[in-house]
Design a protein around this ligand. Structure first.
Ligand SMILES: *[C@@H]1O[C@H](CO)[C@@H](O)[C@H](O)[C@H]1NC(C)=O
Ligand SMILES: *[C@@H]1O[C@H](CO)[C@@H](O)[C@H](O)[C@H]1NC(C)=O
Ligand SMILES: *[C@@H]1O[C@H](CO)[C@@H](O)[C@H](O)[C@H]1NC(C)=O
Ligand SMILES: *[C@@H]1O[C@H](CO)[C@@H](O)[C@H](O)[C@H]1NC(C)=O
Ligand SMILES: *[C@@H]1O[C@H](CO)[C@@H](O)[C@H](O)[C@H]1NC(C)=O
Length: 649
């Protein structure tokens, strides 16, 4: 008897001190129902819940760090993680999918089910923005570029050509998500349909209905939501079909009041409460103040409403995956870093906003206390010693090794028939031609280049150096319509002309959707005569191609002005466990950097981003190849730093 009562006593102490996990609290008696918005507050499995969430895009964080970032999110006190699905990454070629083993460049970021399962094992519920359009300042708003190959296709509409592709994709994606829904034992409690559809004018409601039908038809049973700027009213939703949520970072109470006005009696949720903001190339580095963050978050928490903080960690637009705003003259590419001045920094450090959010949430949390893990330790960083550039390759010497196509008129990269008929998505496209006889000659790019054209005549660069923001007004950039440049003033025979055009990233929002990359708006003229018969070469910087490069020669004064773009190689030898670092590109002008064949991203002296985050999982013990593709002027060394640097030139 004595023994039994002491056991009861011990159990009593244990239950009095140990808090339940989220899953214990919400699901220990079995799962009867999912997230309900059928009253003015949310219920999950019949129990009251206020959603405290943060956004993490799995494709912007190295897989090896998913768990660390999720645990940091849970340790703040959040109960939910929100993520987006990047269609362009998962279906790089029509009908061929990559969910972590498809062999695409981003393969190692794409094991979606692993991310979902990790979220659950870290005691988090999940909200998924399934798309197909996600915005996110991501390349083309998450659309695959091959959609542009069909002339009559209109994205974000009930257009049949578009919906054929959406249907095929959703029929692959949604069954995967369906398996991981809350009522099937997974973490997904809600899914978002489209995004900020009101910004299109929101007339094509048939499109929203068709997306919903695809979801229901593929076994999606959890709550469906839409998300818009609340002041736009109900244009982006159908209140009878979806729960409307809001995106904002000012006027917290006022914006939540708008939601009540347009959808009375429903739970209120900020689906994107912006913790910070993103950077455009050649524009001031963006931050949002701690005071504003605290004030608006307090207004949301005390409303009381649910909120997803966008972003919890912004991460990185690796490779060529940054989005851009607008088009034509006002086009602005987003930087490779998507730090976002978020709750965690790009490399996963806690920021002051982390501590502020944790403190506010502890104060205003509407939910019963659950077990919250300790804050994980920081991932340490290092400044590796500078490494010398040892080898180089001039770009003209390898143009012949690229996939190419002859076309009579210059066409965009999307219209090439490479990549199994899917065209070229990212990188640079090169237009080449031998000109039998040139005397005084002026070249014109009719329309605008998309986005920056670098011209080589007989292997020598004619276009100016795009080093400072003001240089974006020079010939060859998107800002110049029908721009002209003198090719030669003397007579030349059999001159080779190469025009290397950089795709700086497709617009991710708004209405500008016929956005091909390359020279396609009106062709190329010499002395006002159209020039035809161009060789088109795709300079995609795929890992397999980079790792096969073998014509390296000893580097010769890379710090001098270059007459042609060059690849420069150096070796980072690591003897200990690799650590996170930043590559400091302040001494270089413009280009991209790859590490062991993987393109980390773009750099540009004009800024504001001067450093590229290099996570330890991309490095190995031993020798690591670091290759820079520099357009204008290099440096003798690759330098490192342990912290990001922002500067605008
Ligand atoms: C919410 O109400 C709808 C319509 O009455 C019903 O079909 C649905 O099952 C309810 N949802 C939950 C989670 O109770
Ligand atoms: C759930 O929340 C509502 C609104 O705050 C409240 O009226 C209700 O009593 C709560 N239910 C429980 C079981 O706490
Ligand atoms: C805040 O939102 C309310 C609507 O609820 C609106 O009337 C008011 O003008 C907004 N204030 C600002 C400063 O935008
Ligand atoms: C550019 O040239 C095209 C074709 O000659 C012409 O239609 C267009 O109006 C020109 N644009 C400007 C701004 O001059
Ligand atoms: C130009 O190239 C053609 C074809 O290769 C060759 O026949 C011709 O002699 C060359 N002309 C000159 C001036 O080099």
């Amino acid at each position: 008897m004595l023994r039994l009562s002491s056991i009861i006593f011990l159990v009593g102490i244990w239950t009095a001190t140990a808090l339940p996990t989220n899953y214990e609290y919400y699901t220990s008696d079995g799962i009867m129902s999912g997230l309900s918005a059928n009253q003015s507050y949310f219920l999950l499995n019949g129990k009251n819940i206020t959603i405290y969430s943060g956004s993490i895009h799995y494709f912007r964080v190295p897989r090896a760090y998913w768990q660390d970032r999720l645990r940091k999110l849970r340790a703040l006190g959040f109960n939910t993680v929100e993520t987006y699905i990047a269609w362009n990454l998962h279906e790089p070629e029509q009908g061929s999918y990559d969910f972590g083993d498809g062999g695409s460049e981003l393969e190692d970021f794409l094991n979606l089910e692993e991310f979902i399962e990790l979220a659950k094992s870290e005691d988090l519920f999940m909200i998924v923005r399934a798309g197909p359009y996600i915005c996110a300042e991501f390349e083309f708003g998450g659309f695959p570029s091959w959609l542009l190959r069909e002339d009559k296709l209109t994205v974000r509409s009930s257009n049949e050509l578009y919906m054929n592709h959406v249907t095929r994709w959703f029929n692959v994606l949604l069954p995967i998500l369906a398996k991981h829904q809350f009522t099937k034992g997974g973490p997904i409690i809600a899914l978002q349909v489209e995004n900020e559809f009101a910004s299109t004018g929101g007339k094509d409601k048939k499109y929203l209905r068709e997306l919903r039908q695809l979801m229901l038809g593929n076994g999606i049973v959890e709550l469906l939501v839409t998300s818009d700027n609340p002041w736009r009213g109900t244009a982006g939703t159908l209140p009878e079909l979806f729960l409307m949520t809001g995106n904002f970072n000012t006027n917290g109470t006022g914006n939540l009041n708008y939601l009540e006005l347009y959808q009375p009696g429903k739970p209120k949720m900020a689906m994107e409460f912006w913790s910070g903001w993103f950077d455009y190339i050649a524009q001031t580095h963006q931050t949002r103040t701690l005071d504003n963050f605290r004030q608006i978050y307090t207004e949301i928490l005390t409303y009381p409403a649910s909120a997803n903080i966008y972003m919890f960690i912004g991460g990185t637009n690796f490779q060529f995956l940054n989005g851009a705003s607008n088009s034509n003259e006002k086009y602005s590419p987003v930087t490779t870093s998507y730090d976002y001045d978020a709750i965690l920094s790009e490399n996963g450090d806690y920021t002051v906003k982390y501590y502020a959010a944790k403190e506010l949430l502890a104060k205003y949390n509407q939910n019963p206390a659950t077990f919250t893990p300790d804050m994980p330790e920081l991932v340490s960083r290092i400044t590796y010693p500078s490494i010398p550039i040892t080898h180089e390759i001039g770009i003209t010497s390898i143009l012949d090794s690229l996939p190419n196509e002859e076309r009579s008129n210059s066409v965009s990269m999307e219209q090439l028939n490479i990549n199994n008929g899917n065209g070229q998505s990212y990188g640079y496209i090169v237009y080449s031609k031998t000109l039998d006889l040139l005397s005084w000659s002026e070249l014109k790019i009719v329309g605008r280049p998309n986005d920056i054209a670098l011209i080589l005549l007989n292997g020598k660069r004619l276009t100016g150096i795009i080093e400072f923001s003001s240089n974006l007004d020079l010939f060859g950039t998107w800002k110049r319509e029908n721009g002209t440049i003198i090719l030669t003033e003397q007579e030349l025979h059999n001159a080779t002309l190469d025009i290397i055009v950089e795709n700086s990233g497709r617009v991710n929002g708004g209405g500008a959707y016929k956005q091909f990359k390359g020279l396609w708006q009106g062709g190329i003229e010499i002395n006002n005569q159209p020039v035809s018969d161009w060789k088109h070469s795709a300079l995609e910087f795929k890992k397999s191609w980079i790792n096969r490069l073998d014509s390296w020669i000893e580097a010769y004064e890379p710090e001098n002005e270059l007459s042609e773009p060059k690849l420069f190689k150096s070796t980072l030898t690591i003897t200990e466990e690799p650590k996170d670092t930043y590559i400091n590109m302040e001494k270089w002008v413009k280009g991209i950097v790859s590490v062991n064949g993987f393109v980390l991203g773009r750099y540009a002296k004009m800024g504001p981003q001067q450093t590229l985050y290099l996570p330890a999982p991309f490095l190995k013990q031993g020798d690591n190849d670091i290759i820079v593709y520099e357009h204008y002027r290099g440096n003798d060394y690759i330098h490192f730093t342990s912290d990001p640097i922002y500067d605008l030139f």
